[in-house]
Design a protein around this ligand. Sequence first.
Ligand code: FAD
Ligand code: FES
Length: 246
Amino acid sequence: MKKLVNAAVVSASLLSPAYLLLIVNTGTAIPVAAGQFASIGLPGVCLRRPFSIHDADGAVLSFLIKIVGGGTRRLAKLKPGDTLSIMYPLGNGFMLSEKPAVLVGGGCGLAPLLLLAKQLQAAGARPLAVLGGRSKDDIVELGALAKYAAVRVATEDGSLGARGLVTAELNDLKSGAAVYACGPEAMLKALHKLAAEKNFHLQLSLEALMACGVGACLGCVTDTLKDGRVCVCSAGPVFNAEDLPW
Ligand SMILES: Cc1cc2nc3c(=O)[nH]c(=O)nc-3n(C[C@H](O)[C@H](O)[C@H](O)COP(=O)(O)OP(=O)(O)OC[C@H]3O[C@@H](n4cnc5c(N)ncnc54)[C@H](O)[C@@H]3O)c2cc1C
Ligand code: FES
């Protein structure tokens, strides 16, 4: 059940030069499935902005945000006690499977994976999380994630973990695993190809430019094999890899 709330900012702290951890109190505890997102209204910015729910603990939500433009720069300037209009939880979220779980995040694609690892652990699993980025500055929240998952890291410049792409870390993946991924489209497309070769079940969280976040403006459509053209915000953002015509 989605709600529009005025949430109080608890903290907005920089984790690295480009990554912000925003914590808010919405005043109401609403169940959130990992992979669902929130649409955040910013004072002085015309369109609301979508962000994955990074963690949810009762009425307290956190967001892991990469600062890329005007809206996210404003979020980085928030102070405790400021208020934000937040509509959540939106979208479908990941379907939890009983198969061995591997979480793959690229850059701010780590955002929905913390809550996912937490929910998988609560269901009795011990997931493996594989994180990738251009450099060590793209790898944040390792300590938080390590509470719920074994973690492997790959950076393109080798400044943290293995040198190379995150997909190279999946070479020893057993067939039959359940892989949950979020990150840049190039990474998702490489995983899509690998899933067919290695026979693992893959769920992908897609990004799209979004205005309404609730299936009304048709600004975020994508093609699927099963249902044709659908809105990423309401039919997704999580899709089974085999439903995507990539
Ligand atoms: C379902 C969903 C969940 C998301 N979750 C997160 C998250 O957890 N953390 C996070 O950091 N970001 C997330 N994003 C992306 C985030 O919404 C955008 O980075 C943000 O809206 C940019 O706002 P801005 O005003 O700072 O940038 P703008 O000034 O609007 O744009 C700056 C640059 O970012 C690009 N951009 C803007 N919006 C998007 C978008 N939706 N997808 C891809 N590129 C975009 C623009 O094309 C431009 O190049 C998510 C997007 C979606 C659709
Ligand atoms: S953002 Fe409006 S339909 Fe998806």
